[in-house]
Design a protein. Structure first.
Length: 215
């Protein structure tokens, strides 16, 4: 936690400097000073508090005795994982993301000490993928066409395919380019297999990541 405190102290110091530096800039200066000095810290505190509530709900279901919970939570491995989880949660924008981080923390808490680095690595990977990429990964995890279609219809806004062809508008080309980058990114990370005959399958590492966040 010392690293987190040092980071917070450094941030506070930077915020003080920023408020003084931005003050003379008349148009956006005062607004940026307010964002750095008040809005960002408050939002991060609220996100962290929400993450802790979600973590509480997930751990409560396990029914651990208080002494066992304390033993697991205060181990060096769990403290290390919580520190990294809290850092990600403070920057998480969606409830789904905070829930995923809480699930991974809960599962890491219940794992053996030897698996600590595995969960730390999975948490790092979770931080590298966005919410839409998680949906793409989960879509490819279903084995049956019916399950895929049900999931697709539920998340049609995020998963709706965009195709760029000759004559497509710039907006459609941009959307198709970004959408393609999601799957390419998952392939580069080893979470999704390369395309074969117009079809992709989720990789073993992708399934492991989904299991770690209870998806």
């Amino acid at each position: 936690m010392s690293d987190m405190m040092n980071s917070r102290n450094a941030y506070d110091y930077a915020a003080i400097i920023a408020r003084g530096s931005f003050g003379p800039i008349p148009y956006v200066g005062p607004l940026l000073a307010e964002i750095i000095g008040t809005l960002i810290p408050n939002q991060r505190f609220e996100r962290l508090a929400d993450f802790v509530k979600k973590l509480e709900e997930k751990i409560a279901v396990l029914g651990l005795a208080q002494e066992e919970l304390r033993k697991r939570f205060t181990s060096p491995e769990s403290v290390d994982l919580f520190e990294d989880s809290a850092w990600q949660a403070a920057r998480a924008l969606s409830d789904e993301r905070k829930g995923h981080i809480a699930s991974l923390m809960k599962n890491g808490l219940m794992a053996e000490q030897a698996e600590h680095l595995q969960y730390k690595r999975l948490l790092s990977m979770l931080g590298e993928v966005n919410d839409v990429e998680i949906l793409v990964l989960k879509y490819h995890s279903f084995l049956s066409h019916a399950e895929k279609m049900e999931f697709f219809n539920k998340h049609d806004k995020a998963l709706h395919p965009h195709h760029a062809v000759v004559g497509s508008s710039r907006d459609e080309i941009d959307k198709a380019t970004v959408q393609e980058s999601y799957e390419d990114h998952l392939v580069r990370m080893g979470l999704l297999q390369g395309e074969k005959r117009g079809h992709r399958d989720i990789a073993s590492l992708g399934r492991l990541l989904l299991r770690s966040i209870d998806e």
